[in-house]
Write a new protein. Structure first.
Length: 94
């Protein structure tokens, strides 16, 4: 998926505000995160490899500054609309 997603649903925008997840956080997730295709949606998460890519490209300081945001996930519809966001609390099963 392109780093500039097409749109955000009302629900997705509300969840971003409620959970203090910025558009920059979502764009970083799209750039370095891992897509998991399930059902009619694509979920992006930071896996170990994504965290290493982030550190390699933006430096260790970026990891320290955004450490609490590395557990976010974002769900996109097949059309590219942001459906919801949140923080992972469990392991992701593939």
């Amino acid at each position: 998926m392109n780093t500039a997603y097409l749109s955000t649903t009302d629900h997705g925008a509300r969840r971003m505000r409620q959970r203090a997840i910025s558009q920059a956080d979502i764009e970083r997730l799209l750039r370095y995160g891992r897509p998991i295709h399930k059902h009619q949606a694509v979920r992006y998460v930071f896996d170990k490899a994504g965290r290493k890519r982030l550190e390699r490209n933006e430096g260790r300081q970026a990891i320290r500054l955004a450490e609490h945001k590395l557990d976010i996930f974002a769900v996109f519809s097949r059309t590219g609309a942001l459906v919801t966001t949140g923080y992972r609390t469990e392991r992701i099963w593939r």
